[in-house]
Each structure stands twice: as C-alpha cells, then as structure tokens.
Ligand binder design. Structure first.
Ligand code: GZL
Length: 352
C-alpha cells in the first residue's frame, strides 16, 4: 500500500502524523469532525512503533456508542487489532447511539480519503445514501457487529460479526429443552422480553430467532416486549414497569447482559428471585464475565454468547483485501451457549 497519489495531501498528512507521533486519531466531540488529538500508542515492547508510509492502512471506524460492557470490549478489540504494529492507522469515532452522527463520521472519513471505512450500524435502516457516497469515492465499507437492511449489497464489501437470528434461536431451543427436562413442556408459560435498541440487527435478529422457536409452542404466551436500549439503567426501569403490569411472568428474556443486570436490580427490590431455584427463568445474551458469574451462581439460567472480539478477524480481512484476495460476504464469529453445566470451562478466560 503506497501513498495513493490521487488521495492527495490529507492521506500523506495522516501518514506523516502517524510516523511522527502515534497511530490512533481520536475524533473529538460526538462524531462531528471538529479536529482531532493524536494519541501515542506504544507497542508491547514499550516503544513507539512506526511504519514506513507505505505500510499503514488508514481505516475510519464509526462505532455506534458505548452503551454496554459488550460495546466497550468490541471497541477495545478493534483498537488493539488495528494498531500500527499491525499496519493500520485508525481513526475512531463514537456516535453515541445516533445514526446521524455515524453519517457525519462516515462523510468525514470520505473527505479524509481513508483506505477503508468500518461501521457498527446502530440501526439497520437508512444507510443507502451515505454508503453510495462511500462507493462513489471508491472506499470499501466493512460492516462490523451489526448489519444493515439494503437491497443493493454492493454498498458494502463484507460483514464481520455475529448471527443474531441464531443467537435468538439458541435461547429458544435452550428453553424448549429446559421445559422438557423439567416435565413442564406442556404448561402455559408467560414470557416477557427486554429488547435492545429498536431496529438494530441485534434486536431484530434475536427477536425473530427466539420468536421462530416460540411459534412452535402454543403454550408459550409472549406477554410483552419492551425496549431496554441495551443499557443497565433502562433495563431496570423496563423491568420495574413490566412487574407493575404483570404478576404472572414465568420467563424473562434480556437481549443483553447489561439489561439483565438492570432487571436483576428491579427483581431484587421486588423480592423476586431468578434462575435455577428462583421464581422466574432468566435468559440473557452476550456472555460477559460478570454475567457468567451469575450463571455459575444459578441466577441467570442461560447466557447466549455474542463475541465482541472481532478485531483480529477484521484486521485479517482488511489485510486479505489489501492483497487482492476474495473475502466472504458474511463472516460470523464463533459463539457458545453458557449454562451452569459448562460455564466453568470458559469463565476464567473471559476478557470482557
Ligand atoms: C450484539 C451487539 C449488542 C450487544 C449489546 O452484536 O450489537 O450491542 O448484545 C450491545 O450488549 O450493546
């Protein structure tokens, strides 16, 4: 990757900045490109690693926010993998859950003529225009973690992330097996769902996946689905409201661990227990260490993994693209289902 001449001064400027001081440009503010501060990054050996101009691949990364433990781990994974040591010049922007700010960040990346744009799309819809601008500028777009709903799949090069539908279905299949094992598979059960960000591929996929299994059981009564925004605070508020509305909930599905933590606060305050010997079944997603400790304690019945550590796969895919290799359109992370029976095998190695 030489300095691409038609990309002009800005690219050379970035590369020079990288050579001089560091590698990660953090866009200040909330996604509005109002200048940047260059932070130094030292390699594992403790010295500032620099690469020749030709080696650095500039990547603009629009991260959707910092709403959850999972999101922070995902951001750290990308920053660690897209380092100078690995041949990258990373420009990071946090959109704080606002799609408009992601659009603004993508347009600033286009004007900076980066080599690649990586996006964690906060919601699925509305991406056609800005991705067409990136395509017209000849800048490949890689979707990370969450997906988009577009008719023209040429608007992005590849998706690296998780199969949310499969995650939702895994949770439903666990519930089927659990009810069977406990001899209550023909009992009417009342289910409430704390959903993540409305319209995100994580919320849509998990809802559809779990719903496909629930549709097989006339005795599974879907009492309510309510938005918990993937945050602990909103999860608590939503659980409090559902407890006021329903006094016969049997199963609580939280579409991420942070909402489960919030729900547990509300349930504890109401004197309600969950899990193995609890009043209600609690199902969660993500597989954070804190949640796996609750699985081990029997407070969360099952936690469906959603692996945030996609930085290495992302870096490999960009390197493959640089070398002109074909890459898959969809690249799923490996994911597990954690229960009390298997959690000990994995809990100590959790890095998020
Ligand atoms: C799923 C990811 C979700 C996590 C939440 O891939 O987009 O967003 O499940 C996070 O914890 O907020």
């Amino acid at each position: 990757m030489g300095i691409n001449k038609e990309k002009g001064f800005w690219k050379i400027g970035y590369k020079a900045a990288a050579l001089l001081t560091g590698v990660t440009i953090l866009l200040s503010g909330c996604g509005s490109f109002t200048g940047f501060s260059v932070s130094e990054v030292t390699t594992n050996e403790g010295d500032i690693e620099t690469k020749s101009d030709d080696a650095l691949i500039s990547v603009g990364f629009s991260q959707l926010g910092s709403e959850s433990t999972w999101r922070s781990a995902n951001t750290e994974s990308v920053k660690a993998s897209l380092s100078t040591g690995n041949g990258f010049f990373l420009i990071f922007d946090n959109a704080r859950q606002k799609q408009e700010k992601q659009f603004k960040a993508v347009r600033s990346f286009i004007s900076q003529r980066v080599d690649y744009i990586v996006i964690c799309p906060v919601i699925q819809e509305g991406w056609e225009m800005v991705l067409t601008e990136a395509k017209d500028a000849g800048i490949p777009v890689i979707l990370l973690d969450r997906n988009i709903a577009v008719n023209d799949e040429s608007l992005y090069t590849t998706f690296v992330g998780e199969d949310m539908y499969a995650e939702g279905a895994s949770a439903g299949k666990w519930l089927e097996a659990y009810l069977e094992e406990n001899g209550i598979s023909d009992k009417d059960i009342n289910i409430v769902v704390l959903e993540g960000t409305t319209g995100s591929s994580a919320q849509v996929g998990r809802t559809r996946g779990f719903g496909a299994i629930a549709a097989r059981h006339m005795n599974w009564k879907m009492q309510a689905s309510a938005n918990g925004e993937f945050t602990q605070a909103k999860g608590k508020e939503t659980m409090e409201r559902l407890l006021r509305e329903f006094d016969d909930i049997d199963v609580i599905v939280c579409q991420n661990d942070d909402m489960a933590f919030g729900a547990l606060e509300a349930l504890d305050e109401a004197g309600i227990t969950t899990g193995e010997d609890g009043d209600k079944i609690l199902i969660s997603f993500d597989g954070t260490k804190k949640a796996l400790e609750l699985v081990k304690e029997g407070v969360i019945n099952v936690d469906v993994e959603c692996n945030p550590n996609s930085g290495d796969l992302l870096a490999q895919i960009i390197h493959d693209l640089e070398e002109g290799k074909e890459v898959e359109k969809t690249n799923y992370m490996e994911e597990k289902v954690f229960t009390k029976e298997n959690v000990d095998e994995y809990i100590d190695d959790r890095n998020y």
